[in-house]
Design a protein around this ligand. Structure first.
Ligand SMILES: NC(=O)c1ccc[n+]([C@@H]2O[C@H](COP(=O)([O-])OP(=O)(O)OC[C@H]3O[C@@H](n4cnc5c(N)ncnc54)[C@H](O)[C@@H]3O)[C@@H](O)[C@H]2O)c1
Length: 384
């Protein structure tokens, strides 16, 4: 099947590489052809490194690159069976592009969006055959991250869903099925990892180095929240939080933090600008964590239980299955364990009492316990 990729930025180029590596002819189009050339150049260089390391043969590399057609003409999409759109995150632009695509491709071509935050239903509404539209959400970098969220809209047909899943599964990705709701699984359930860490910092309970130390050393997370925010970029991470917050009708659980907003405004975006929560200038003395076990445990327990509450609530609202929620968080954000499995290990009743004590202290809706957790604790149930 010929695959079309629309947009050759960070995501589009990665997705094109994945599709070509599984033998597909790929049309890689961008409104700016220079971006396509740049993407192909950097793809070629990164594949050269695999060849040097003996992980790929030079013939395979050349064959892969040969399967990707550079394009500055959308008519090249004629004959594609699936098109994955990865252009700018703007609903009106995406809608007009989807409407235009329909005039080029055949009736059975699936049109997918890689959007992180827009509703798939609203994009599908731009198409005459809206049943062929679906969300296929890759993670960055697409060639390395195993997880792909599949998001059928209310209009999506079962055939479109089954076929899309089969194609992405054949690319050796781990697919999870999620409802067309803000943040899907990962960008929703992960919010407290940043939000609760920022809150603990803003209250003066601990500094950023101590919070990062607690989450990595005591919690087993690969990166602490502040290191990760600097890695993602405080502008991007802040915008995702703000979008999820507003999309959920201002649910206080997702409320963004001024600390991060100010960093974004100041241009302290993280690694990419040399300064974020941390200062990456050479020779800068990094803050030293306070390795107080008791303080560290308290921080870790608090952030983890807020993550568990979020995961349980996603299950409660049937956003995804328990297995898919755990798979998504382990593979989309590299969490050391599935959050629902983790809840079982801690004990559901213990999770509920930890959340309730936060609520007792703050009396804020942010700390309300998911009805599912409370019900399960009452019935002595576990997730698995
Ligand atoms: N970057 C991430 O971590 C990430 C992860 C998952 C999903 N996404 C989503 O993927 C999409 C793309 O993100 P990105 O980070 O690759 O963006 P990017 O800015 O790196 O690339 C976007 C590309 O789209 C092109 N473009 C813009 N308008 C166009 C149009 N009308 N027609 C054709 N090309 C057009 C631009 O020239 C640019 O090259 C967005 O919807 C984003 O929300 C991003």
């Amino acid at each position: 099947m010929k695959i079309g990729v629309l947009g050759a930025g960070s995501m589009g180029s990665g997705i094109a590489q994945v599709a070509a590596s599984f033998g597909h002819q790929v049309v890689l189009f961008d409104s700016n052809i220079a971006v396509v050339d740049k993407a192909l150049d950097s793809m070629s260089k990164s594949l050269d490194k695999l060849v040097e390391k003996g992980k790929m043969s030079a013939e395979d590399k050349n064959a892969l690159m040969g399967r990707i057609q550079r394009s500055d003409n959308m008519e090249d999409y004629a004959g594609c069976g699936l098109i994955i759109e990865a252009i700018i995150e703007n609903l009106e632009i995406k809608k007009s592009v989807f409407a235009k695509l329909e005039g080029i491709v055949g009736d059975d071509c699936i049109l997918a969006s890689n959007t992180s935050s827009l509703s798939i239903a609203s994009i599908a509404a731009a198409c005459k055959k809206s049943e062929r539209v679906i969300g296929i959400h890759f993670f960055n970098p697409a060639p390395l991250m195993k997880l792909v969220e599949i998001i059928p809209a209310v209009q999506t047909s079962k055939g479109t869903l089954d076929q899309s899943k089969a194609i992405i599964d054949s690319w050796q990705k781990l697919t999870v099925l999620t409802k067309d709701t803000p943040g899907f699984i990962v960008n929703r359930v992960a919010r407290p990892f940043y939000g609760e860490a920022l809150r603990i910092f803003e209250e003066g309970i601990a500094d950023i180095a101590t919070i990062d130390w607690a989450m990595t050393e005591l919690g087993g997370f690969r990166m602490g929240p502040f290191t990760l925010m600097d890695y993602i970029g405080n502008d991007i991470n802040y915008t995702v939080t703000e979008t999820v917050f507003t999309s959920f009708y201002y649910d206080p659980r997702y409320k963004p933090a001024f600390t991060q907003k100010r960093l974004a405004e100041a241009g302290y975006l993280g690694r990419k600008t040399g300064r974020g929560h941390y200062n990456y200038a050479e020779g800068t003395q990094q803050p030293v964590p306070n390795k107080d076990e008791q303080l560290g445990r308290m921080i870790f327990d608090r952030i983890l239980v807020m993550l568990i509450n979020e995961a349980a609530d996603a299950l409660f609202w049937q956003i995804a299955s328990r297995e898919d929620i755990d798979t998504a968080m382990m593979n989309g954000t590299n969490y050391p364990k599935g959050l629902l499995k983790w809840a079982d290990e801690i004990g559901i009743a213990t999770c509920v009492s930890r959340i309730d004590s936060l609520y007792e202290l703050y009396r804020e809706d942010r700390y309300r316990c998911s009805a599912l957790l409370r019900k399960m604790a009452g019935e002595g149930k576990s997730f698995y």
